[in-house]
Design a protein around this ligand. Structure first.
Ligand SMILES: [Zn+2]
Length: 295
């Protein structure tokens, strides 16, 4: 069964540093394998307050990161320098969504697509959604498995409905953010269920998985990403990823408000997580790279 771990970009204060910082790779600490491509990403950090906040948070979270669990799983020493290699997709690599799908079919005999199709056959659908309206479902997902990727869930995921913001009081819909370059889009997989409710609000659908998709300039990060333990067997995480990819390519041509100018997707570190998670990244064609950002 496929399982996904999570990466969380946390808010943080400003941190001192040089003008150019290597995300996910600190040269002072790691002697890195120079074979991994070095990719310069424009986060457009001076655009708005949201940009600055997430830019700093992102750097702080990843650049200083030295996760002891990861070290153990990799069996590498700190000097192995493998933990700060990002997993990324470059949308310019495939001209269209069909080309991307075609390339995925060549990995592991196309098992990512087969898994995604299970969710489609179950009648699930994926959409952008209003986070506050599905907080009870988010909490259920977060609590649906005690162990993920061989590790207990982090505290942040074990919060109650009240701690996450409470039950919805009214129907809400996702609103386009004020900055098209810096924002969060919650994407979810849903199961239609007539009469289904969140608190007193009738939604007629149940959230099964989510990805909080953080856009920073030309890059998108899969920050919070999690599926309900009872439904992972239907390939919901693959289904969600492929739906997002299709949306990105479709709206690329149409120059969509949210997606125009997105070139990269990043999903935490390439070598992080257990074997299942690494396979997931491999099957969906994430590649390792050292990312550089300029501020
Ligand atoms: Zn902005």
């Amino acid at each position: 069964m496929e399982e996904l771990n999570h990466a969380m970009v946390e808010d943080s204060g400003s941190i001192p540093g040089p003008r150019s910082r290597e995300l996910f790779l600190s040269k002072e600490r790691y002697t890195c394998d120079e074979d991994y491509p070095l990719i310069s990403v424009d986060f457009e950090p001076n655009c708005c307050s949201m940009a600055r906040k997430h830019f700093e948070g992102c750097i702080q979270h990843y650049i200083r990161r030295n996760d002891p669990d990861m070290k153990r799983l990799d069996g590498k020493t700190t000097n192995g320098g493998r933990y700060d290699i990002a997993a990324y997709l470059d949308l310019n690599r495939w001209p269209s969504y069909q080309d991307y799908v075609h390339a995925c079919k060549k990995k592991h005999k196309g098992s990512a697509l087969r898994h995604a199709n299970k969710a489609a056959r179950e009648g699930f659908h994926a959409n952008i959604f209003s986070w506050p309206m599905h907080i009870p479902d988010v909490v259920e997902i977060n609590h649906s498995k005690e162990i993920r990727c061989g590790r207990p869930m982090k505290e942040g995921y074990l919060r109650s409905v009240e701690e996450m913001g409470g039950y919805p009081e009214k129907k809400t819909f996702y609103q386009n953010p004020s900055c098209r370059l810096h924002h969060v889009v919650p994407w979810g997989v849903f199961k239609v269920e007539k009469g289904y409710k969140q608190g007193k609000i009738q939604t007629d659908e149940k959230l099964l998985a989510y990805i909080k998709f953080l856009r920073l300039g030309e890059m998108v990060l899969y920050t919070l990403i999690l599926g309900h333990g009872d439904y992972l067997k239907y390939g919901i995480m693959y289904f969600l990823h492929f739906t997002i990819m299709r949306w990105l390519y479709l709206t690329k041509e149409q120059k969509g408000y949210l997606t125009n100018g997105i070139r990269y997707i990043m999903y935490a570190q390439y070598f992080s997580g257990n074997q299942g998670l690494r396979q997931w990244k491999h099957k969906t064609l994430f590649e390792p790279a050292r990312l550089i950002v300029y501020d």
